[in-house]
Design a protein. Structure first.
Length: 112
């Protein structure tokens, strides 16, 4: 569902780099279950390869995609701000859970 620029003229792209594709995919799945409540806001998620790593990475395919890219479009700047504020709160919860409960993080902490 592509939103036209004339209908949704205000936009913001948030790129969140994460250490692994598994964590980026987990964040994507956790965040995309909550639909935008307002018909005046559109949000799209995508996993992408970090710009600086694109030329030097040895990872290929999906494993190289470690950046969660979120694109917001809205009819007004106020609607954009409200939607992004809510997203940031949800993102904070997701990242906090990953930090506390992720298996790789726990292994790293136990190894210290």
């Amino acid at each position: 569902m592509a939103a036209s620029k004339s209908q949704f003229p205000y936009s913001l792209i948030i790129s969140l780099p994460l250490p692994t594709n598994r964590l980026a995919s987990s964040a994507l799945r956790a965040l995309q279950v909550d639909q935008e409540l307002s018909p005046y806001v559109r949000r799209d998620f995508e996993l992408v390869v970090p710009d600086e790593a694109a030329a030097i990475t040895s990872k290929e395919g999906e494993e190289a995609k470690t950046v969660l890219k979120t694109t917001y479009r809205a009819t007004t700047n106020r609607m954009l701000r409200v939607a992004v504020n809510g997203f940031m709160e949800s993102l904070g919860v997701v990242l906090g859970v990953m930090e506390e409960l992720d298996v790789d993080v726990l292994k790293q902490e136990l190894g210290k």
